[in-house]
Design a protein around this ligand. Sequence first.
Ligand code: HEM
Length: 491
Amino acid sequence: MTTISTPHYLLDQAKRRLTPTVNNIPGMGMIEKRLMGMNWKTKILAEPPPGSGLKPVLGDSGLPIIGHSIEMFREGPEYALHLYRKYGPVFFADSSILPSVVALGPDATQTIFANKAKDYSTKGWIKAIGPFFPRGLMLLDFDEHLAHKRIMQGAFTRPRIASYVEDMDRVATSIVESWPTDDARFLFYPAVKELTLDVASVVFMGQDLRADRKLVAAVNHAFEQTIRAGTATIRTSVPPFKWWRGLQGRKVLEEYFYARVAERRKVEGTDMLTVLCHTADDDGNTFTDEDIVNHMIFLMMAAHDTTTSTLTTMVYQLAAHPQWQERARDESDRLGDGPLDIESLEKLETLDLVMDESLRLVTPLPLNVRETVRDTDLLGHYLPAGTLVTTWPSMNHLLPELYTNPNEFDPERFVEPRAEHKRHRYAWAPFGGGAHKCIGMVYGRLEVKTVLHRLLRSYRLELAHPGYRPRWDRTGMPFPMDGMPIVLRRL
Ligand code: HEM
């Protein structure tokens, strides 16, 4: 994707625009508008036990079979905001695909993430993505989850991360330098998606996939299939549909990772996979081969699209707001072109502000899924055991009660005395919270800053045309539907 000829570019754009999704099928906008205005027949999730003093959760079914999928996939957090304004913090979105309670606002998010009585299990995620990421860290619960997280922490200590930074910097620097300049056909999203996979292949697996484009394409494609499968409408394995494709992708990844584990058990190394093969918690507990394969596939997925999405949003914002780009570049210029380490990256404070604001506006993981393990109450509403619950930090990020002009890009809002993100403990939670809070947060932030530092030192980032705004596809993690053209001008 480093250079693309005009016919290829036109073909690529046509494919992006014409592959049918809820976002581009003609007339979907009008259908969505009508759906948003509908007053559906109200239904109750379950009658609260007599004398409990709890309220029932009210909601509706939306369209037959697909429920409110169209509104949710098209609008993401804006649709959640619409529900919050219309129905309040707890709403029952029934459907035959994934009936769930939508838990909105920072108080609901706090109850679910803090999980004081251990009422909420991440089994909810198993219903959504379980067959493609079985026994990934996020899909484990309670004591078992804690035991695995303790072992995995061994791969995320500061000295370990310091050595990952060296590798990521080396790979990112050479790829960024190879990107084409002065070319409005350069699509940032696919280019950076390939870059983050190349970084991951070196940092996570100690294997430079760049030497083997065929393998990169196969692994990338397999990841893509597994990630997209979670949003399938036909939620069973029927070829050639999404769910089936996800399972095929999983097979490719398992084969690939089992072979790598067998190699790495026998050697020492500083890549994450080799570290996981040898790491132990304080009591000497270690991972089995199967654990490592499951964790690696989940880790690669958790790291890949999240950092890709964050980098894409940040580059757009920096191109659209040259004053922030200049401010970030001044700090990068002070660092210069020497090798990066954690301490030097920590000095890039403007990039931290731009990242916080970009994660607020386009949150890579917009919602978190849980399931109740017993009857419980959520903000005074009755939830029976086995209820799927989704909470939406991305919607909290858009609340005018918390953020001044929430739709505006304004990184200063994170600076004292404004510090708007501190108005509620869960006003800002792009990395989740509680026991399942992102283990890769520090690593991910450093990766994003490394890539941007290298970009800012080499190029001025410009929008393809004035006023350009990406349209986000929200059927999975947000990505720009047109691939996001960005013009790189060599400094
Ligand atoms: C900007 C980048 C990232 C964002 C926005 C992000 C976001 C999140 C969120 C919201 C969760 C919590 C999910 C939940 O509770 O339902 C999470 C969990 C997780 N993330 Fe990240 N993540 C990022 C980067 C990474 C990276 C780079 C890695 C690995 C190196 C990673 C590995 C994980 C893992 C393993 C979990 C599960 C933790 C657990 O269950 O204890 N993430 N991430």
